[in-house]
Design a protein around this ligand. Structure first.
Ligand code: ADP
Ligand code: MG
Length: 236
């Protein structure tokens, strides 16, 4: 579904991502893990088209989307749940979710909303609450739900579990497993590797802008010291 080739991101003189390549197969969950500052957000934001001057080649289901602006990528089926959530704090859950469907016909909104509320029943109870009054877990559900309103083929999630209570981490991971079963392809970025590796098919480890390990999540789970060592060393 997604193929990234030789991605490079620079911010002035800082090279945040130094030529990485990765794939997400159709219906797969792929985990991209690494320490704070490794370049995970730069990678995922580049796939969404939000990093100016990113170099490399990105294809979605075989189609080159490298030159497309963010909104065209959304139309093609790329949706992102960004780090920090970026909700409109003074708008309601319903309004935030509606915003995610901006590129799809209005008549499909009700069905898409129903699907999101089915995925996160908690949001149905909070539908008229303002985003700023939600718990962190509920805000993360809105963020994922907003992405789902655009009917994606590829869902990008940055720091799915960061700052969430364990119960909400589980709810969010159950939701993405369900989306995977429905055929969605998912790239999940995490500093917290344990949970991501439990659900992923494949994993990549990023350190200082370079991929230093890739393999199946099962391999990584069988030898967690491998990944822990990389993350430990890259944290310094
Ligand atoms: N907008 C920006 N301007 C300048 N430097 C940035 C910017 N965004 C990220 N960086 C730098 O790029 C590197 C990678 O950051 P980031 O992609 O956010 O990593 P991660 O998501 O893995 O924590 C870091 O050194 C960070 O300071
Ligand atoms: Mg980040």
């Amino acid at each position: 579904m997604l193929h990234v080739e030789n991605l490079v991101c620079r911010y002035g003189k800082i090279e945040a991502v130094s030529g990485i390549s990765l794939d997400v197969g159709e219906g797969q969950i792929v985990a991209l893990v690494g320490a704070n500052g490794a370049g995970k957000s730069s990678t995922i934001q580049s796939i969404a088209g939000h990093v100016l001057g990113a170099e490399g080649r990105i294809t979605l289901a075989g189609e080159d989307i490298t030159a497309l602006p963010p909104r065209e990528r959304v139309r093609k089926g790329v949706a992102i749940a960004p780090e920090g959530r970026r909700l409109f704090r003074d708008l309601t859950v319903h309004e935030n979710l509606s915003m995610g469907g901006f590129c799809r016909p209005r008549e499909r909104e009700a069905a898409n909303l129903k699907r999101v509320l089915d995925l996160f029943p908690r949001l149905a109870e909070r539908i008229h609450s303002r985003a700023e009054n939600l718990s962190g877990g509920e805000q993360q559900m809105v963020t994922i739900g907003r992405a789902m309103m655009s009917e994606p083929r590829l869902l990008l999630i940055d720091e799915l579990s960061l700052g969430l209570m364990p119960k909400n981490v589980d709810l969010c991971y159950e939701a993405i497993l369900r989306l995977k079963r429905e055929g969605l392809s998912i790239l999940v970025v995490e500093q917290n590797t344990t949970k991501a590796l439990q659900v992923a098919d494949h994993a990549y480890v990023l350190s200082s802008g370079r991929l230093i390990w890739k393999g199946t999540a099962a391999e990584a789970r069988d030898d967690p010291s491998v990944i822990q060592a990389y993350i430990g060393s890259s944290a310094h």
